[in-house]
Design a protein around this ligand. Structure first.
Ligand code: C2E
Ligand code: MG
Ligand code: MG
Ligand code: MG
Length: 290
């Protein structure tokens, strides 16, 4: 540090710029953490929906809800930035509660207009600490013409590993309500087949890092093919995330993968744009689907 200071003495301008950049980043974090608590009540949150393609049928009956935050000062902040902050500072439950309510409201609206979707949403480790989660979701569904089966909760294995006994109890109670469960980002972080076997899940999502550079000869191909086969042996549906190219989709179809999600099919869209996308979607849009 002494050397850095000495060097910096010859470069006062540069030190200032560096310090300024750090202060700005720090200030931004502090503001985001402070404002997170009120983002929901200030109507700054919105959900985008990304279609999940049934590869065999070429049809779309599922979507993932992804959170967006329109901050009054910073504009659109990505969940990659604010979700970890919310998880660290105890605001995540407020966000999760809002997401669940909003998804149920949206499903209700779509159901009433004849658009029957299954929508997945993302759940954090901190949410899996609460045994009341399932009760609250059941109470929310009780008043609405929305089936529990229309909801899918995506959880990572790392989230379950924070407190496995409690998390498994919460997952079982959600499952008993009829909610479907999915393992997100499979293959990253803690992955253990023993853990996977204990989780009452119906679906597994292969992390996009394995899909992005997929070609027939790569190591990723071996991992992806064996993950698909293993999932099917365990009775699970498999989703490939981050499908950006037609050749990836063709390989996934060849390997019997069930579902594809990625920019090739569509980016995440605001609800209304998603509905329009659904209306124009045709199984033949991506050649090779039948
Ligand atoms: P995730 O759940 O794994 O969601 C997939 C992410 O990959 C999304 O980023 C999506 O926009 C992006 N993606 C989808 N297809 C492609 C593709 O073809 N190429 C590339 N490069 N990216 C693709 P997003 O929306 O920025 O979300 C990032 C992460 O933030 C999510 O990863 C999830 O872990 C978290 N997140 C988002 N919404 C929520 C939420 O409501 N609650 C919680 N707890 N976490 C959330
Ligand atoms: Mg997800
Ligand atoms: Mg993922
Ligand atoms: Mg993720």
């Amino acid at each position: 540090a002494a050397i850095a200071m000495q060097d910096a003495a010859h470069l006062p301008g540069r030190l200032q710029v560096y310090q300024q950049g750090r202060d700005d980043a720090h200030q931004r974090q502090i503001s985001l953490i402070r404002d997170l608590r009120h983002a929901a009540s200030n109507a700054e949150l919105l959900l985008y929906y990304q279609p999940k393609l049934d590869i065999r049928a070429g049809q779309v009956h599922e979507a993932e809800a992804l959170l967006r935050w329109n901050h009054p000062q910073y504009g659109m902040v990505s969940p990659g930035e604010f979700i970890p902050l919310a998880e660290r500072t105890g605001s995540i439950q407020i966000l999760t509660a809002w997401v669940i309510e909003e998804v149920v409201r949206q499903l209700h609206e779509w159901n009433s207009r004849g658009l029957h979707m299954q929508v997945s949403l993302n759940i954090s480790a901190e949410d899996l600490g609460s045994l009341q989660l399932a009760e609250r979701v059941a109470a929310l569904l009780a008043g609405q013409a929305v089936a529990a089966e229309q909801l899918v909760f995506e959880i990572t294995e790392s989230a379950v590993m924070q407190d496995p006994e409690r998390a498994l109890e919460v997952l079982h109670s959600l499952r008993n309500c009829g909610i479907h469960l999915s393992v997100d980002d499979f293959g990253t972080g803690y992955s253990s087949l023993a853990q996977l076997k204990r989780m009452p899940v119906q679906e597994l999502k292969i992390d996009q890092s394995f899909i992005r550079e997929l070609d027939e000869q790569s190591d990723d191909a071996v991992i992806v093919r064996s993950t698909i086969d293993m999932s099917h042996s365990l009775g699970l549906k498999v989703v490939a995330e981050g499908v950006e190219f037609q050749r990836n989709l063709d390989l996934l179809r060849l390997w019997n993968c069930d579902t594809a999600q990625g920019y090739l099919i569509s980016r995440p869209l605001p609800a209304q744009a998603f509905e329009q996308w659904m209306q124009q979607w045709q199984p033949s849009t991506l050649a090779g689907a039948h």
